[in-house]
Design a protein. Structure first.
Length: 145
């Protein structure tokens, strides 16, 4: 799927019994290992639940209400990093089906300006060890005398 997205080839995922599988496939993110998180707590424990996933290496899948989508994307950007890749799929298998891909920051900006409707699935890239190592190397290089 990722190669199709890179080349601009449209692929339509067939719906199944659950929205999470078409959403992860359509995201273009790694789907060989993933963590289905479902709905986050609405209030108490929400931030703690997100913080506990900070270093999750698997692709993460969340269900979210359209009313909390922007707030959730902003929280994810704060904890996971604004440049973490993600996708938001809505209304899977329905006439207004849509998947938006980008960074958490880009998606938060988009949905701040365009209030979503319908059932939402957020797919977030897991923490990438290679990216983490590269950032550590850059930090070390910047700190050298």
């Amino acid at each position: 799927m990722a190669r199709c997205i890179e080349r601009g080839v449209e692929v339509q995922c067939l719906p199944g019994a659950t929205a999470c599988i078409p959403a992860i496939v359509d995201s273009g993110l790694p789907c060989n290992r993933f963590a289905f998180e479902g709905f986050l707590p609405q209030k108490k424990g929400r931030q703690t639940a997100i913080e506990q996933l900070r270093h999750e290496s698997r692709t993460m899948i969340f269900y979210e209400s359209p009313y909390r989508l922007t707030k959730t994307l902003l929280q994810f950007a704060e904890v996971f990093g604004a440049e973490r890749r993600a996708s938001v799929s809505r209304e899977i298998s329905k006439i207004h089906e849509e998947t938006m891909r980008g960074t958490l920051s880009e998606l938060a900006t988009h949905y701040t300006a365009n209030a979503p409707k319908g059932e939402i699935v957020i797919v977030v890239e897991g923490e990438n060890v290679k990216r983490k190592d590269r950032q550590n190397e850059e930090t070390e290089e910047n700190n050298e005398p």
